[in-house]
Each structure stands twice: as C-alpha cells, then as structure tokens.
Design a protein around this ligand. Structure first.
Ligand code: FES
Length: 495
C-alpha cells in the first residue's frame, strides 16, 4: 500500500530477508496460535512485528519513542503496531497471542515442529477446511504466505487480463455480451492497467443507508441492514493454459463465500483458448468490490409469536436460506439498484433470520443449518465470551482461530460494516479501509470455549464458526439494545 517513491533511498526487509532463525520462530508462533488462516496478510504482519520487537530491544531507542517501547504485557502497543494492517480472517487476538509467544525468551514447546508441536496436522486441516468451506492448509508455510495463491503459480509468459475501468455491469462478468469491451488483455500488468485506464480506488464520505424499508405493520422488533462487502484480502485471480483447467482462486481460503461465483476462472479459460496463450486474470480491489457479491440487505418486522415479514434484495437462494431458520416469516424479494448480492456469503439470510427469531423469543443460543450450536455474551466492558459445540473439535487451536475470526466479523456486521451505495446503484466505497472492518485496536477481547452442555462435542465434526457468527451478532445486538439498523455505529470498544 506504500507508493514506491516514499521509500526511495531506504532499505526494505521482507519476510525472506529476515534471519532464518528469527523468521522460523515467528512463523512457528503464528502457526501455534492459529494466527494465520488464508495467510495473505501474515508476511507483512510478521515483518512489522519483528521490526517492532527489534526496535524495542535496540539500545538506540530514544525516550521520545515511548510508543514503540513494547513490554511483554502491552497488548495495546501491539495493536497500535498493527494499525497499518488488516486481517480479515483471525479476529486479531491470535495475532496478539503470537506476539507474546514469539517475543518471549522462552523455549515454549508450542514452537516445536514449526508451531505444530504436539498437534495433528491432518486434523487441523480438516477443521480449517470445514470452517473455510474450501480446502485449506495449516502450518508454517501458510504463515509464510506460501499456501498457493492463484496468481503466484502463473507462468511468467502469461498474458494479463483485467476488467476495463468502469465496465458496464454484465449479469455474468465471465461471459459478458462483448468480452472485448469488458476484458483488457496485454503482455504485462503495467500495460494492461494503462490500457484499462485503471485509477486508484476511492472512498466516499456519503453515509451508508439501508436500501429497504421495514414493511408496514405492528412489530415487536424491526431490523434494516445495509450492503456489506465480504472484504476478503486476496482479490480474485486465476490463470489458465489453452485447453487447460483454470487455477482455483480459492487456493487457500474460502473468501467467506465471496469467490464462489468469481468470474476469474471462467474468463481465464475462455481468454486462454481465444488467444492460444496462457492468460492471467486479475481483479484489483476496485474490480472486486464492483463485481463481487455483497451480503443482501434486509428490512424485517417480527412479532413476539415469531411471525413477521422479511424484505430482502432479490438474490438467488436467499428466500430458502431465510426460511431454513425462520419458516414462520414471510419473505418478499425486492429489486433494488445496487451491487451484485450472493446467498453464498457467510450465513447470508439465515443469520439475520436466526438472530431476529432468537431476539424476539429471548433466546441466547443459535443452531446453524449445519447443526452446530453457539451462544455468546457481551460484558459491560465489551468483552465477548463465546461457547460452541460442533462435534469433534479436531484441533482446538484451529477451531478457536476460526471462531474468533467469525466473532470479529459478527461484531463488525452489527456495529461498523457497510458500503455506501448511491440511488443509481453505484458503489462509493472502493478501498479496503472503507468497508468498516474492525481494526485490532477496535476489537474487544474475545474468548472461545468448546462447551459440551450446548451439544455434541465428540461426534462427527461440523462447521462451528458460522454458528458463532450468528450467536455473536445476536449478543452484540442485544447488548446495544436492539437498535433498528445495522451497522449501529456504536463501537463495543474504541481506543
Ligand atoms: Fe489474515 Fe487471512 S489470515 S487475512
């Protein structure tokens, strides 16, 4: 994110430039704490924390550098060091835990075997795959950012295809009515960006407004929600050889369902066949926000007997998702000018429905369509306590990491996340910092416990983090007094 001109005359150390022993210790600490899931953010964060740690140890530190002087129990200072970073997956707490583990002088047994000391790697990967809803690896290679992101494996001689700047929105970007108008193909990324007239992403000061009105009626509880960006960090990418199979944009991350309908693989295959050359398809952040699916906004009114009406932006599969958790609610789909929406996004529809039903009944526990059960509580100081039962945990570190990340995302959904969309459907927020994702310093303490009193914790494993996502959304909304709109704009914690 730093323009090259700002670093003229300075030296830069990347992950691969670190001393081997230092790098291995920090990657092991991240692995041991579950601080890396997709791994896309991790190398930058590791380098940041190593640099911060080295400065704190440096004799040259001056008194005025007090903010950089970290001590072993200074979580707030670690969070400040993370201010320039964004992790969408882990909920930050595992990263702060990794700092304490790596920065300590101890030879902690958790650091053995690259951070997998005493753990069953196959079981950890099974849990990660369940939670990510796509194949996921666990281990120090993930923390090193070497989990196989789609564009990393592209042939060096591949052509580059980018969406044209401000392309007309086709109903299916992989099969636009005029591909030559939609995809710009060139020999290099720089040439393609120039031809596509790419500009830096923008953000707006316009407010995000829920696009649907609550249906008329006598309601005991109402809720309106906004457009929400899934905000996965690795933007869509794929590549393909002529006549081949395209690289999977989900190489090590489920993108919270946001890439299930990615246009990149189909476009790579078609363009490679058309040009008879390998083709890389790349979407930048702005393309990903414009073309990728958003969480469908709703406006609902519910009575205490569980009846009511949910209006939702028309989305394939969303009515079924809502009815799966709230069969007594009527569902109305409405056409609204705006970005694409997707029922594949984490808990889309059923989470809002389950939260409404639990809230109106006074329940604190939510069972997901997958069969996991979770409950959550928010203390007066904003601390979030989560309990979950989702069959055999398989690997507690991995399960806790995914559940902490889900809790972080749920707090954001209720309190801070939204996209400003104009009446004509144009998105105003096009940068990763404009989606309302909570920073480390804004995230309250989150603790996750596997609780046999909630349900099965020894049988076949099922995804647990989606149930946690719903339970934490319910707890946060209840804690704030059930305001009628998400995001509420009320932080649980701010520094
Ligand atoms: Fe941080 Fe995925 S592990 S963004």
């Amino acid at each position: 994110m730093t323009p090259a001109r700002r670093i003229a005359g300075r030296s830069i150390t990347t992950l691969d430039g670190l001393d081997d022993a230092v790098r291995d210790r920090w990657l092991a600490a991240f692995t041991a704490c579950g601080a890396s899931q997709c791994g896309f953010c991790t190398p930058g964060i590791v380098v940041r924390l190593v640099g911060t740690h080295q400065r704190t140890e440096s004799a040259a530190l001056q008194p005025g550098d007090a903010d950089d002087r970290l001590v072993a129990d200074d979580a707030a200072a670690v969070e400040r060091a993370l201010a320039a970073h964004l992790c969408r997956c882990t909920g930050w707490k595992p990263i702060v835990d990794a700092w304490f583990l790596a920065a300590s002088d101890d030879d902690d047994p958790r650091l053995a075997d690259g951070g997998m000391g005493g753990r069953d790697c196959a079981a950890a990967e099974q849990r990660a795959t369940l939670e990510g809803h796509t194949v996921q690896s666990v281990g120090p290679l993930v923390a090193a950012g070497r989990a196989g992101f789609a564009d990393d494996t592209a042939p060096a001689d591949a052509l580059v295809a980018l969406p044209a700047s401000d392309p007309a929105q086709p109903s299916d970007p992989a099969q636009p009515s005029d591909p030559a108008q939609f995809w710009v193909v060139a020999d290099t990324v720089a040439q393609a960006r120039t031809r596509a007239a790419k500009v830096q992403g923008r953000r707006t000061t316009a407010a995000a407004v829920p696009p649907l009105e609550v249906p008329p009626g006598q309601w005991d509880l109402t809720l309106r929600t906004s457009w929400v960006e899934p905000a996965y960090l690795e933007t869509d990418a794929s590549w393909c050889l002529p006549g081949g199979e395209p690289a999977n944009p989900l190489a090590n991350g489920g993108a919270f369902g946001g890439k299930v309908t990615s246009p990149a693989p189909d476009a790579a295959r078609r363009l490679a066949d058309q040009h008879q050359r390998p083709v890389r398809v790349l979407l930048d952040r702005e393309d990903t926000v414009r073309l990728g699916p958003k969480r469908p906004p709703i406006a609902a009114g519910v009575r205490s007997d569980g009846t009511g009406v949910v209006r939702v932006v028309r989305t394939a599969g969303i009515a079924e998702a809502i009815r799966s958790c709230a069969p007594t609610l009527d569902v109305e789909e409405h056409d609204v000018a705006g970005p694409p929406t997707g029922a594949h996004l984490r808990g889309a529809g059923w989470v809002e429905a389950a939260v409404l039903m639990a809230a109106v009944r006074g329940d604190h526990t939510i069972t997901s369509p997958d069969g996991a059960t979770a409950s959550a509580h928010v203390d007066d100081d904003g601390t979030v306590t989560v309990s979950v039962a989702c069959g055999d945990p398989l690997d507690i570190t991995t399960l806790t990491s995914y559940c902490t990340g889900a809790a972080h995302m749920a707090i954001g959904l209720v309190t801070s996340e939204s996209l400003a969309v104009a009446d004509d459907g144009t998105i105003g927020d096009l940068t990763i910092r404009s989606f309302g994702v909570l920073r480390a310093s804004q995230t309250p303490t989150i603790t996750v416990t596997v609780d046999p009193s909630l349900g099965d914790t020894t049988g076949p494993p099922v995804p647990g983090s989606d149930a946690v996502f719903a339970a934490v959304a319910l707890a946060v909304w209840r804690h704030q007094g059930f305001p009628p709109c998400w995001p509420t704009g009320q932080p649980l914690r701010s520094r």
